[in-house]
Design a binder for this molecule. Structure first.
Ligand SMILES: Cc1ncc(COP(=O)(O)O)c(C=O)c1O
Length: 394
Protein backbone atom coordinates (compact mmCIF):
# COMPACT_ATOMS: atom_id res chain seq x y z
CA UNK A 1 0.00 0.00 0.00
CA UNK A 2 1.38 3.42 -0.86
CA UNK A 3 1.67 5.81 2.02
CA UNK A 4 -1.24 8.22 1.76
CA UNK A 5 -0.41 11.89 2.07
CA UNK A 6 -3.19 13.43 4.11
CA UNK A 7 -4.12 17.09 3.87
CA UNK A 8 -2.42 18.47 6.96
CA UNK A 9 -5.50 20.09 8.54
CA UNK A 10 -7.33 16.76 8.34
CA UNK A 11 -4.90 14.48 10.08
CA UNK A 12 -6.09 12.02 12.66
CA UNK A 13 -4.95 14.06 15.60
CA UNK A 14 -7.07 17.07 14.57
CA UNK A 15 -10.10 14.98 13.73
CA UNK A 16 -10.05 13.20 17.07
CA UNK A 17 -10.75 16.54 18.79
CA UNK A 18 -14.31 16.56 17.50
CA UNK A 19 -16.87 15.60 20.10
CA UNK A 20 -19.87 13.43 19.29
CA UNK A 21 -22.56 15.28 17.33
CA UNK A 22 -24.56 17.40 19.72
CA UNK A 23 -27.51 19.66 19.00
CA UNK A 24 -29.01 21.95 21.64
CA UNK A 25 -32.62 21.42 22.60
CA UNK A 26 -34.93 24.00 21.01
CA UNK A 27 -38.60 24.78 20.92
CA UNK A 28 -39.12 25.88 17.33
CA UNK A 29 -41.90 28.47 17.22
CA UNK A 30 -40.70 30.18 14.07
CA UNK A 31 -41.71 29.79 10.40
CA UNK A 32 -40.30 26.25 10.20
CA UNK A 33 -38.89 23.78 10.70
CA UNK A 34 -41.07 22.88 13.64
CA UNK A 35 -40.13 20.28 16.22
CA UNK A 36 -40.66 16.71 15.09
CA UNK A 37 -43.05 14.53 17.10
CA UNK A 38 -41.18 12.09 19.40
CA UNK A 39 -42.83 9.10 17.65
CA UNK A 40 -41.63 10.48 14.31
CA UNK A 41 -38.10 10.67 15.68
CA UNK A 42 -38.31 7.04 16.76
CA UNK A 43 -39.38 6.01 13.26
CA UNK A 44 -36.59 8.09 11.77
CA UNK A 45 -33.98 6.29 13.84
CA UNK A 46 -34.91 2.80 12.61
CA UNK A 47 -32.28 0.98 10.59
CA UNK A 48 -32.72 1.60 6.85
CA UNK A 49 -34.07 -1.15 4.62
CA UNK A 50 -33.73 -1.47 0.84
CA UNK A 51 -35.90 0.89 -1.15
CA UNK A 52 -37.13 -2.03 -3.29
CA UNK A 53 -37.68 -4.37 -0.30
CA UNK A 54 -41.24 -5.73 -0.13
CA UNK A 55 -41.60 -4.24 3.35
CA UNK A 56 -40.63 -0.82 2.05
CA UNK A 57 -42.92 -1.10 -0.98
CA UNK A 58 -45.78 -1.75 1.38
CA UNK A 59 -44.75 1.25 3.52
CA UNK A 60 -44.81 3.41 0.37
CA UNK A 61 -48.42 2.43 -0.25
CA UNK A 62 -49.29 3.37 3.34
CA UNK A 63 -47.64 6.76 2.91
CA UNK A 64 -49.63 7.39 -0.28
CA UNK A 65 -52.92 6.38 1.31
CA UNK A 66 -52.28 8.52 4.38
CA UNK A 67 -51.21 11.44 2.22
CA UNK A 68 -54.45 11.23 0.21
CA UNK A 69 -56.32 11.53 3.49
CA UNK A 70 -54.35 14.61 4.57
CA UNK A 71 -54.76 16.20 1.14
CA UNK A 72 -58.42 15.09 1.05
CA UNK A 73 -58.11 13.73 -2.45
CA UNK A 74 -58.30 10.51 -4.39
CA UNK A 75 -55.48 11.34 -6.77
CA UNK A 76 -53.57 8.29 -7.98
CA UNK A 77 -50.32 10.22 -8.25
CA UNK A 78 -49.84 11.36 -4.67
CA UNK A 79 -46.32 11.01 -3.31
CA UNK A 80 -43.66 12.51 -1.08
CA UNK A 81 -40.92 13.86 -3.36
CA UNK A 82 -37.34 13.64 -2.14
CA UNK A 83 -36.21 17.10 -1.13
CA UNK A 84 -37.68 20.00 0.82
CA UNK A 85 -40.86 21.86 -0.18
CA UNK A 86 -39.03 23.66 -2.96
CA UNK A 87 -38.46 20.33 -4.74
CA UNK A 88 -42.16 19.68 -5.34
CA UNK A 89 -42.60 23.39 -5.98
CA UNK A 90 -40.05 23.18 -8.78
CA UNK A 91 -41.55 19.89 -10.02
CA UNK A 92 -44.92 21.63 -10.35
CA UNK A 93 -43.36 24.17 -12.67
CA UNK A 94 -40.85 21.95 -14.50
CA UNK A 95 -43.42 19.30 -15.47
CA UNK A 96 -46.39 21.47 -16.38
CA UNK A 97 -44.83 24.39 -18.20
CA UNK A 98 -43.32 24.22 -21.66
CA UNK A 99 -41.33 27.08 -23.10
CA UNK A 100 -43.54 30.07 -23.89
CA UNK A 101 -46.62 28.77 -22.04
CA UNK A 102 -48.58 31.24 -19.95
CA UNK A 103 -48.62 31.05 -16.17
CA UNK A 104 -50.47 33.53 -13.98
CA UNK A 105 -49.02 33.87 -10.48
CA UNK A 106 -50.87 35.65 -7.68
CA UNK A 107 -48.10 37.07 -5.53
CA UNK A 108 -48.57 38.47 -2.03
CA UNK A 109 -45.28 37.58 -0.37
CA UNK A 110 -41.88 35.98 -0.62
CA UNK A 111 -42.99 32.54 -1.80
CA UNK A 112 -45.06 33.96 -4.66
CA UNK A 113 -41.80 35.55 -5.77
CA UNK A 114 -40.08 32.17 -5.69
CA UNK A 115 -42.75 30.74 -8.01
CA UNK A 116 -42.14 33.65 -10.40
CA UNK A 117 -38.39 32.99 -10.31
CA UNK A 118 -38.83 29.28 -11.04
CA UNK A 119 -41.38 29.82 -13.83
CA UNK A 120 -39.05 32.34 -15.47
CA UNK A 121 -36.15 29.87 -15.35
CA UNK A 122 -38.34 27.29 -17.15
CA UNK A 123 -39.05 29.98 -19.81
CA UNK A 124 -42.74 30.40 -19.10
CA UNK A 125 -44.56 33.52 -20.18
CA UNK A 126 -45.17 34.81 -16.68
CA UNK A 127 -47.97 37.23 -15.68
CA UNK A 128 -48.11 38.43 -12.10
CA UNK A 129 -50.87 39.96 -10.03
CA UNK A 130 -49.76 41.45 -6.76
CA UNK A 131 -51.03 42.38 -3.30
CA UNK A 132 -49.15 44.06 -0.48
CA UNK A 133 -47.57 41.67 2.03
CA UNK A 134 -50.34 41.22 4.61
CA UNK A 135 -53.35 41.20 2.27
CA UNK A 136 -55.19 38.46 0.37
CA UNK A 137 -56.78 38.39 -3.09
CA UNK A 138 -60.53 38.29 -3.46
CA UNK A 139 -62.37 35.86 -5.70
CA UNK A 140 -63.56 38.50 -8.21
CA UNK A 141 -60.02 39.80 -8.82
CA UNK A 142 -58.70 36.33 -9.48
CA UNK A 143 -61.65 35.42 -11.73
CA UNK A 144 -61.18 38.56 -13.80
CA UNK A 145 -57.44 37.94 -14.25
CA UNK A 146 -57.88 34.29 -15.26
CA UNK A 147 -60.66 35.16 -17.71
CA UNK A 148 -58.71 37.94 -19.36
CA UNK A 149 -55.19 36.48 -19.33
CA UNK A 150 -56.22 32.87 -20.14
CA UNK A 151 -53.13 31.21 -18.61
CA UNK A 152 -52.35 27.49 -18.90
CA UNK A 153 -51.68 27.47 -15.13
CA UNK A 154 -52.86 29.67 -12.30
CA UNK A 155 -50.62 29.45 -9.19
CA UNK A 156 -51.20 30.80 -5.71
CA UNK A 157 -49.83 30.29 -2.19
CA UNK A 158 -52.51 29.12 0.24
CA UNK A 159 -50.65 29.99 3.44
CA UNK A 160 -48.07 32.76 2.87
CA UNK A 161 -45.41 32.12 5.51
CA UNK A 162 -43.69 35.43 4.86
CA UNK A 163 -46.69 37.66 5.57
CA UNK A 164 -48.98 35.49 7.72
CA UNK A 165 -51.90 35.54 5.25
CA UNK A 166 -54.32 32.67 4.62
CA UNK A 167 -55.66 32.94 1.07
CA UNK A 168 -59.30 31.82 0.61
CA UNK A 169 -59.47 29.40 -2.33
CA UNK A 170 -63.24 28.90 -2.70
CA UNK A 171 -64.53 28.93 -6.25
CA UNK A 172 -61.14 29.41 -7.94
CA UNK A 173 -61.04 25.76 -9.07
CA UNK A 174 -64.30 26.24 -11.01
CA UNK A 175 -62.98 29.36 -12.70
CA UNK A 176 -59.84 27.47 -13.72
CA UNK A 177 -61.86 24.59 -15.17
CA UNK A 178 -64.10 26.92 -17.18
CA UNK A 179 -60.99 28.58 -18.60
CA UNK A 180 -59.07 25.39 -19.37
CA UNK A 181 -56.35 26.24 -16.89
CA UNK A 182 -54.63 24.12 -14.21
CA UNK A 183 -55.03 25.26 -10.59
CA UNK A 184 -51.72 25.00 -8.69
CA UNK A 185 -51.62 25.54 -4.91
CA UNK A 186 -48.65 25.97 -2.56
CA UNK A 187 -49.79 24.30 0.66
CA UNK A 188 -46.40 24.25 2.41
CA UNK A 189 -47.74 25.91 5.57
CA UNK A 190 -51.26 24.46 5.49
CA UNK A 191 -51.10 20.70 4.82
CA UNK A 192 -51.83 18.72 7.98
CA UNK A 193 -52.72 21.86 9.94
CA UNK A 194 -55.48 23.84 8.22
CA UNK A 195 -58.59 23.03 6.25
CA UNK A 196 -57.49 21.97 2.78
CA UNK A 197 -59.82 20.01 0.49
CA UNK A 198 -57.96 19.25 -2.72
CA UNK A 199 -60.76 17.38 -4.53
CA UNK A 200 -63.63 19.55 -3.34
CA UNK A 201 -61.78 22.79 -4.16
CA UNK A 202 -60.85 21.37 -7.59
CA UNK A 203 -57.13 21.87 -7.05
CA UNK A 204 -55.25 20.16 -9.88
CA UNK A 205 -51.72 20.29 -8.44
CA UNK A 206 -50.49 20.90 -4.92
CA UNK A 207 -47.27 20.59 -2.97
CA UNK A 208 -46.18 20.90 0.64
CA UNK A 209 -43.33 20.04 3.01
CA UNK A 210 -42.65 17.60 5.84
CA UNK A 211 -41.33 20.03 8.47
CA UNK A 212 -44.45 21.98 9.44
CA UNK A 213 -47.94 20.50 9.76
CA UNK A 214 -46.67 16.93 9.43
CA UNK A 215 -44.35 17.16 12.47
CA UNK A 216 -41.35 15.65 10.67
CA UNK A 217 -37.86 16.98 9.96
CA UNK A 218 -37.37 18.75 6.61
CA UNK A 219 -36.52 16.47 3.69
CA UNK A 220 -39.68 15.43 1.87
CA UNK A 221 -42.18 17.40 -0.16
CA UNK A 222 -45.65 15.86 -0.46
CA UNK A 223 -47.15 16.34 -3.91
CA UNK A 224 -50.44 15.47 -5.54
CA UNK A 225 -51.86 15.81 -9.06
CA UNK A 226 -55.20 14.82 -10.55
CA UNK A 227 -56.23 13.43 -13.94
CA UNK A 228 -56.40 16.88 -15.57
CA UNK A 229 -52.76 17.38 -14.61
CA UNK A 230 -51.88 13.86 -15.80
CA UNK A 231 -53.42 14.68 -19.19
CA UNK A 232 -51.42 17.86 -19.48
CA UNK A 233 -48.24 16.03 -18.56
CA UNK A 234 -48.80 13.27 -21.11
CA UNK A 235 -49.51 15.79 -23.88
CA UNK A 236 -46.12 17.56 -23.49
CA UNK A 237 -44.30 18.08 -26.75
CA UNK A 238 -40.89 18.30 -25.11
CA UNK A 239 -39.06 16.29 -22.45
CA UNK A 240 -39.33 17.57 -18.87
CA UNK A 241 -36.10 19.58 -18.59
CA UNK A 242 -35.28 18.27 -15.09
CA UNK A 243 -34.44 14.59 -14.72
CA UNK A 244 -34.67 14.29 -10.91
CA UNK A 245 -38.12 15.89 -10.74
CA UNK A 246 -39.59 14.34 -13.91
CA UNK A 247 -42.99 13.06 -12.81
CA UNK A 248 -43.31 10.62 -15.70
CA UNK A 249 -40.19 8.87 -14.33
CA UNK A 250 -41.25 9.22 -10.69
CA UNK A 251 -44.61 7.77 -11.69
CA UNK A 252 -42.87 4.49 -12.53
CA UNK A 253 -41.61 4.22 -8.93
CA UNK A 254 -44.53 5.72 -7.01
CA UNK A 255 -47.40 5.30 -9.46
CA UNK A 256 -47.19 1.83 -10.93
CA UNK A 257 -44.32 -0.61 -11.22
CA UNK A 258 -42.11 0.46 -8.31
CA UNK A 259 -39.20 0.69 -10.74
CA UNK A 260 -35.98 2.27 -9.45
CA UNK A 261 -35.60 5.98 -10.17
CA UNK A 262 -33.36 7.25 -7.37
CA UNK A 263 -32.49 5.78 -3.98
CA UNK A 264 -35.41 6.81 -1.81
CA UNK A 265 -34.55 8.54 1.49
CA UNK A 266 -36.09 5.57 3.27
CA UNK A 267 -35.79 6.90 6.82
CA UNK A 268 -37.54 10.13 5.92
CA UNK A 269 -40.34 8.00 4.52
CA UNK A 270 -40.51 6.02 7.78
CA UNK A 271 -40.82 9.39 9.49
CA UNK A 272 -43.52 10.80 7.24
CA UNK A 273 -45.55 7.62 7.54
CA UNK A 274 -45.52 8.13 11.30
CA UNK A 275 -46.34 11.85 11.09
CA UNK A 276 -49.26 11.12 8.78
CA UNK A 277 -50.43 8.21 10.93
CA UNK A 278 -50.55 10.51 13.96
CA UNK A 279 -52.72 12.97 12.01
CA UNK A 280 -55.09 10.20 10.94
CA UNK A 281 -55.28 8.99 14.55
CA UNK A 282 -56.16 12.43 15.85
CA UNK A 283 -58.60 13.02 12.96
CA UNK A 284 -58.07 15.75 10.39
CA UNK A 285 -60.90 17.97 11.63
CA UNK A 286 -59.56 17.77 15.19
CA UNK A 287 -56.11 18.69 13.92
CA UNK A 288 -57.50 21.75 12.10
CA UNK A 289 -59.50 22.80 15.12
CA UNK A 290 -56.46 22.43 17.44
CA UNK A 291 -54.46 24.75 15.18
CA UNK A 292 -57.29 27.31 15.07
CA UNK A 293 -57.88 27.28 18.83
CA UNK A 294 -54.20 27.64 19.74
CA UNK A 295 -53.67 30.43 17.20
CA UNK A 296 -56.64 32.39 18.57
CA UNK A 297 -55.27 32.00 22.08
CA UNK A 298 -51.94 33.38 20.89
CA UNK A 299 -53.57 36.31 19.05
CA UNK A 300 -55.74 37.26 22.04
CA UNK A 301 -52.79 36.96 24.40
CA UNK A 302 -50.51 39.14 22.27
CA UNK A 303 -53.21 41.78 21.84
CA UNK A 304 -53.92 41.85 25.54
CA UNK A 305 -50.20 42.55 26.08
CA UNK A 306 -50.60 45.60 23.82
CA UNK A 307 -49.03 44.07 20.70
CA UNK A 308 -50.40 44.68 17.23
CA UNK A 309 -50.91 41.91 14.68
CA UNK A 310 -49.89 42.56 11.08
CA UNK A 311 -52.79 40.83 9.30
CA UNK A 312 -56.50 41.52 9.75
CA UNK A 313 -58.34 38.66 11.44
CA UNK A 314 -60.29 37.82 8.24
CA UNK A 315 -57.13 36.57 6.51
CA UNK A 316 -54.90 35.74 9.45
CA UNK A 317 -52.97 32.51 9.15
CA UNK A 318 -53.32 30.22 12.20
CA UNK A 319 -50.05 28.39 11.55
CA UNK A 320 -47.95 31.56 11.27
CA UNK A 321 -48.63 34.82 13.04
CA UNK A 322 -46.90 38.05 12.07
CA UNK A 323 -46.78 40.37 15.06
CA UNK A 324 -45.46 43.92 14.74
CA UNK A 325 -42.23 44.66 16.58
CA UNK A 326 -43.08 47.66 18.77
CA UNK A 327 -41.03 50.70 17.65
CA UNK A 328 -39.36 50.95 21.05
CA UNK A 329 -38.10 47.37 21.01
CA UNK A 330 -34.84 45.86 19.75
CA UNK A 331 -36.43 43.05 17.74
CA UNK A 332 -33.29 41.01 17.11
CA UNK A 333 -32.17 41.45 20.69
CA UNK A 334 -35.40 39.97 22.00
CA UNK A 335 -35.36 37.09 19.52
CA UNK A 336 -31.78 36.24 20.45
CA UNK A 337 -32.67 36.47 24.14
CA UNK A 338 -35.49 33.94 23.72
CA UNK A 339 -33.18 31.58 21.86
CA UNK A 340 -30.10 31.99 24.01
CA UNK A 341 -31.76 31.94 27.43
CA UNK A 342 -34.92 29.91 26.92
CA UNK A 343 -34.12 27.77 23.87
CA UNK A 344 -37.15 29.16 22.00
CA UNK A 345 -36.94 30.18 18.37
CA UNK A 346 -39.24 32.73 16.80
CA UNK A 347 -38.61 34.16 13.34
CA UNK A 348 -37.59 37.53 12.03
CA UNK A 349 -39.68 39.09 9.25
CA UNK A 350 -38.72 37.97 5.76
CA UNK A 351 -38.04 40.27 2.79
CA UNK A 352 -39.85 43.58 3.09
CA UNK A 353 -41.14 42.68 6.56
CA UNK A 354 -37.63 42.13 7.90
CA UNK A 355 -37.16 44.10 11.12
CA UNK A 356 -40.87 45.02 11.16
CA UNK A 357 -42.51 41.84 12.43
CA UNK A 358 -41.67 38.67 14.29
CA UNK A 359 -43.03 35.45 12.86
CA UNK A 360 -44.49 32.99 15.33
CA UNK A 361 -45.28 29.49 14.12
CA UNK A 362 -47.66 27.03 15.75
CA UNK A 363 -47.48 24.03 13.49
CA UNK A 364 -48.08 20.31 13.85
CA UNK A 365 -46.82 18.87 17.14
CA UNK A 366 -45.89 22.38 18.31
CA UNK A 367 -49.43 23.74 18.12
CA UNK A 368 -50.27 23.23 21.80
CA UNK A 369 -51.83 25.29 24.56
CA UNK A 370 -48.74 24.73 26.69
CA UNK A 371 -46.44 26.27 24.05
CA UNK A 372 -48.72 29.29 23.65
CA UNK A 373 -48.78 29.87 27.41
CA UNK A 374 -45.03 29.55 27.64
CA UNK A 375 -44.41 32.05 24.88
CA UNK A 376 -46.99 34.58 26.09
CA UNK A 377 -45.51 34.41 29.54
CA UNK A 378 -42.08 35.28 28.12
CA UNK A 379 -43.49 38.16 26.07
CA UNK A 380 -45.01 39.43 29.29
CA UNK A 381 -41.93 39.16 31.48
CA UNK A 382 -38.96 39.54 29.11
CA UNK A 383 -39.97 41.98 26.39
CA UNK A 384 -39.61 45.05 28.58
CA UNK A 385 -35.90 44.25 28.96
CA UNK A 386 -35.50 44.89 25.22
CA UNK A 387 -37.20 48.26 25.16
CA UNK A 388 -34.84 50.91 23.77
CA UNK A 389 -36.50 53.61 25.88
CA UNK A 390 -36.79 52.59 29.49
CA UNK A 391 -40.24 53.98 30.16
CA UNK A 392 -41.84 53.02 26.83
CA UNK A 393 -45.14 51.23 26.51
CA UNK A 394 -46.11 49.21 23.45
C1 LIG B 1 -45.20 28.98 1.53
C2 LIG B 1 -43.89 28.30 1.29
N1 LIG B 1 -43.62 27.82 0.07
C3 LIG B 1 -42.45 27.20 -0.20
C4 LIG B 1 -41.49 27.02 0.77
C5 LIG B 1 -40.21 26.32 0.45
O1 LIG B 1 -40.10 25.15 1.18
P1 LIG B 1 -38.67 24.58 1.65
O2 LIG B 1 -37.98 25.65 2.40
O3 LIG B 1 -39.05 23.39 2.49
O4 LIG B 1 -37.94 24.19 0.43
C6 LIG B 1 -41.73 27.51 2.06
C7 LIG B 1 -40.72 27.37 3.13
O5 LIG B 1 -40.94 27.69 4.26
C8 LIG B 1 -42.95 28.16 2.33
O6 LIG B 1 -43.22 28.63 3.54
Amino acid sequence: MTEAKLISALNEENLSHFSKTYVPSRLLLGPGPSNAHPEVLKALSLNPIGHLDEAYISLMSDVQELLRYSWQCNNRLTLPMSGTGSAAMEASIANFIEEGEKILIAKKGYFGDRLVDMATRYKAQVSVIEKPWGEAFNYEEIKYEIETKKPAIFAIVHAETSSGVLQPLDGIGDVCRKNNCLFLVDAVTSLGALELLVDEWKIDLAYSCSQKGLSCPPGLSPFTMNERAEEKLSSRKTKVPNWYLDLSLLNKYWGSDRVYHHTAPVNMNFAIREGLRLIANEGLENVWSRHNINAKKLWNGLESLGMELHVSEDYRLPTLTTVKIPPAVDGDGFRNHLLGNFGIEIGNGLGELSGKVWRIGLMGFNSSEENVDRLLNLFDTELKKYSIFESSTF
